[in-house]
Design a protein around this ligand. Structure first.
Ligand code: PLP
Length: 433
């Protein structure tokens, strides 16, 4: 059971200390609760679908470490794999069979991936994929979409979503004009703008990078027309299609959003679930393209801790479980129930809202009408979201601390958990309406 939270004093003290030591008291800005006000909860430990804070409060976890924990926290098989790896040593800087095992599992799961390179984060994966697209095509220009977040890669920090969007920063100081001048930013789902851009500059475009299910401006689904245009225009003009599945990969289906929407990108970037809760990223795609990466080809990319034995053990154990005992149907049912419950609660309270969901990724936008792009997402009532967030926190439901982040349901969540969450939402929405 999630607990009624009345005391957060130990978290507050811990945050005071952290603020003296780290910028904003955190190691990643989304954790600082800047978009909802107040101070963050400090986590002591986690188990299955629950987080426990320093004050001993118990929360039902809807962020799952922002995506990775699809099996819930401390899945016994993942812990077992980590314990076994620990006995062998933590880092060698030399090849291991464990890397091939994870690579095999990725290639087996993701339809378009023939060869893959393991890195340490989603950011590293997208940074490397962009370099590879430019190196492979010999072109400079990159197309991205407003509200899509691809990590803190300089050339991609233009109208970025996630924390950058939450903070209302269109691009970051420290990113030079020179770095971003070759990045074109379009609205998501805007087929006309994409077509016009290719008509005008098609021969200069190295690639198009996109989130096949957006999670970083809240959940936004691509239209079928948009998917077709992405696929056809890149092919026609010799540009690479880069599917950023760092969030959607192994989440909306074992083969990611590309399986769901029948996409065949040239390159795919992965992260989050692929590391099973440890730091792993990966990029892969057509063998012909991937063989341009050093030492097979000339495009430089390296990493001291890439393919780390603990990280690959957690990643392989997670992908093995997802394949052998797929949770996707159950996640669809659970999250579908959550969607219906939240809609009914918002309707009962008379709150303007719009729900978006793909599989176990879900967002309630405080907005009238569907949200297809960043322009529309930016109109949401974020003050209302902040009230909703704190009402849910007080009732032991840990939601993303921003309107513009997806909620994640895990395989460890139960029907009862979903019912409890809907009940809490019903109360909170009545209060804030
Ligand atoms: C989280 C995320 C990234 C960045 O991954 P990190 O591991 O945080 O560097 C990139 N792309 C998408 C779509 C993401 O959701």
């Amino acid at each position: 059971m999630p607990s009624i939270v009345t005391d957060r004093s130990l978290s507050e003290t811990a945050f005071d200390r952290a603020q003296q030591l780290m910028p904003g008291g955190v190691n990643s800005p989304a954790r600082a609760f800047g978009a909802v006000g107040g101070t963050p909860i400090f986590i002591d430990r986690a188990e299955e679908a629950y987080l426990f804070d320093l004050d001993g409060n118990q929360y039902l976890d809807y962020i799952g470490s922002w995506g990775p924990m699809i099996l819930g926290h401390r899945h016994p098989k993942v812990i077992q794999a980590l314990e076994a790896a620990l006995q062998q040593g933590t880092s060698f800087g030399a090849p291991t069979a464990a890397e091939s095992e994870l690579a095999e599992r990725i290639i087996d799961a993701v339809p378009s991936v023939e060869k893959v390179r393991l890195v340490n984060s989603g950011t590293e994966a997208t940074m490397s994929a962009v370099r590879l697209a430019r190196g492979f095509t010999g072109r400079d220009v990159l197309v991205k979409f407003a509200g899509n977040y691809h990590g803190h890669v300089d050339s991609l920090l233009v109208s970025a979503g996630s924390a950058a969007a939450t903070l209302g920063v269109p691009s970051s100081p420290g990113v030079t004009q020179g770095t971003t001048q070759d990045t074109i930013v379009l609205e998501y789902n805007d087929v006309a703008a994409l077509t016009a851009t290719f008509t005008e500059r098609g021969s200069e475009i190295a690639g198009v990078i996109f989130e096949p299910v957006v999670g970083n401006m809240g959940v936004v689904r691509p239209s079928p027309e948009f998917c077709t245009a992405l696929q056809q225009l890149t092919r026609e003009h010799g540009a690479l299609l880069i599917c950023d599945e760092v969030m959607s990969g192994f989440r909306v289906a074992l083969g990611g959003a590309q399986q769901l929407f029948d996409l065949s990108p040239d390159l795919t970037t992965m992260g989050k679930i692929v590391g099973g809760g440890l730091p792993v990223g990966a990029y892969g795609g057509r063998a012909e393209v991937m063989d341009h990466v050093l030492p097979a080809g000339p495009v430089f990319q390296a990493g001291t801790l890439s393919g780390n034995p603990l990280a690959t053990a957690a990643g392989s154990a997670t992908l093995k479980l997802l394949k052998e005992d797929p949770p996707y149907e159950r996640l669809e049912t659970l999250t579908g129930d959550l969607e219906r419950g939240l809609r009914e609660a918002a309707e009962a309270a008379g709150l303007a809202h719009s729900l978006a969901r793909v599989g176990s990724m879900i967002t309630i936008f405080f907005h009238v009408g569907e949200v297809p792009d960043w322009q529309t997402a930016a109109e949401c009532d974020t003050k209302r979201y902040a009230q909703f967030f704190w009402g849910m926190m007080d009732r032991g439901c840990y939601l993303p601390c921003s309107q513009y982040e997806a909620w994640f349901v895990s395989a460890a969540h139960t029907e009862e958990n979903i019912a409890q969450t809907i009940e809490a939402a019903r109360e909170v929405m009545k209060e804030i309406a």
